[in-house]
Design a protein around this ligand. Structure first.
Ligand code: RB5
Length: 149
């Protein structure tokens, strides 16, 4: 699978670890930065990862910052993007099944690397359920369109 990764300085170490693990198991990683631990602005990387999804270059995105929250707020401003900040396996599974989230946001200061790896594995291997959830997702898109005033 093609996966776009992004992080700020708070999530840099987590992103690097995930990049190595994902490539090792055969995923194609698009690394949107940041590329070191210098302080930087998380919205830049949220936008870059979401654009890779909007352009069809990546199927999923993973964004890492200190809490995952800033990344998720920024990513959800991007048209058509459904980003979820998760720190437990259940939420990851259901944001794929029910919300068809394309972007997972992780808090590097909230969860450890082992849990992050587990969450990413679930995120990449769970398909959206469709059915009644399709209509609800369409309603989210409608809200997005209607709010552009
Ligand atoms: C950076 O210190 C921190 O604010 C950022 O990584 C993130 O947690 C924002 O939501």
């Amino acid at each position: 699978m093609k996966v776009a990764l992004g992080a700020d300085h708070g999530g840099f170490g987590l992103k690097e670890m995930l990049k190595e693990k994902l490539e090792k198991v055969g995923h194609t990683v698009i690394d949107c930065g940041t590329h070191d631990e210098n302080s930087c602005h998380y919205p830049i990387y949220a936008k870059a990862v979401c654009e890779e999804i909007q352009d069809g270059n990546a199927e999923r995105g993973i964004l890492c910052c200190g809490t995952g929250i800033g990344m998720s707020i920024a990513a959800n401003k991007m048209r058509g993007i459904r980003a979820a900040v998760c720190s437990d396996p259940y939420s990851v599974k259901f944001t794929r099944l029910h919300n068809d989230s394309q972007v997972l946001c992780l808090g590097a200061r909230v969860i450890d690397h082992a849990l992050a790896e587990e969450l990413v594995e679930i995120f990449l291997s769970t398909e959206a359920e469709g059915g009644r959830h399709t209509e609800r997702i369409a309603m989210i898109a409608e809200i997005e369109e209607e709010s552009r005033k």
